[in-house]
Design a protein around this ligand. Structure first.
Ligand code: 5SP
Length: 220
């Protein structure tokens, strides 16, 4: 069953607690938290204080995506704040293996992510160490962008490596996910779909989540 991870970047921040509880009751599997620093990506968003303040109000795993330079410096505070999964960009980690070990040392699940233009080969040799591989289907920085279909080939490639090497990380995709692209991603091998606008910009979040999950289910 494909999991749905609503991205709170598209939520109404003036009532974030209610927004999170709404998607939890609507059937979400993870709460996706986009952390941006204004350097690695051209936007500034959420810090550990927000993670800490939402943690008591949801039973769902907090899936924290660090779009920041020098992630090693901030992994301990995000772990302490309540992150369940911490995902770092290969592009920001010159010593990726060491960074993944740092996340593990905080008893948090580990994720690695690549941008649309980064080849899958860049993370091939770290796959045995991670719980989640995130493939960006837009250039990170903003919600509401158009899906980049060329990434589907990478989803297939990573899924094939996972099968050949008998690994069991989850494959997550993020950016421009809607009913149409959800089906394509699930077909290619994605297990977790991050959706911002397609969930939070809809009045009925349960219906939005069900429709995306149902579209993905057609491919299963
Ligand atoms: O990380 C990001 C953007 O950098 C995403 O998580 C977006 O928040 C997804 O938004 P939609 O494309 O689904 O509106």
């Amino acid at each position: 069953m494909t999991k749905i991870a609503p991205s709170i970047l598209s939520a109404d921040f003036s009532k974030l607690k209610n927004e999170i509880q709404d998607v939890e009751q609507g059937g979400a599997d993870y709460i996706h938290v986009d952390v941006m620093d204004g350097h690695f990506v051209p936007n500034i968003t959420i810090g550990p204080l927000i993670v800490e303040s939402i943690k008591p109000y949801t039973g769902l795993p907090l899936d924290v995506h660090l779009m920041i330079e020098n992630p090693d410096k901030y992994i301990p505070v995000f772990a302490e704040a309540g992150a369940s999964i911490i995902t770092v960009h290969q592009e920001t980690c010159p010593h990726l293996h060491r960074t993944i070990q740092l996340i593990k040392s905080h008893d948090v699940k580990t994720g690695v992510v690549i941008n649309p233009a980064t080849p899958a080969e860049m993370i091939r040799d770290i796959l045995q160490e991670v719980d989640l591989v995130l493939l960006m289907t837009v250039n990170p920085g903003f919600g509401g962008q158009a899906f980049i279909p060329e990434v589907l080939q990478k989803v297939k490639q990573i899924a094939a490596w996972r099968e050949n090497r008998q690994l069991n990380f989850e494959i997550e995709v993020d950016g421009g996910i809607n009913q149409k692209t959800a089906e394509l991603c699930a077909e290619a091998g994605a297990d977790v779909l991050v959706a911002g606008s397609a969930v939070f910009k809809q009045e009925n979040r349960r219906k939005a989540i069900e429709e995306i999950a149902c579209a993905a289910g057609k491919a299963e």
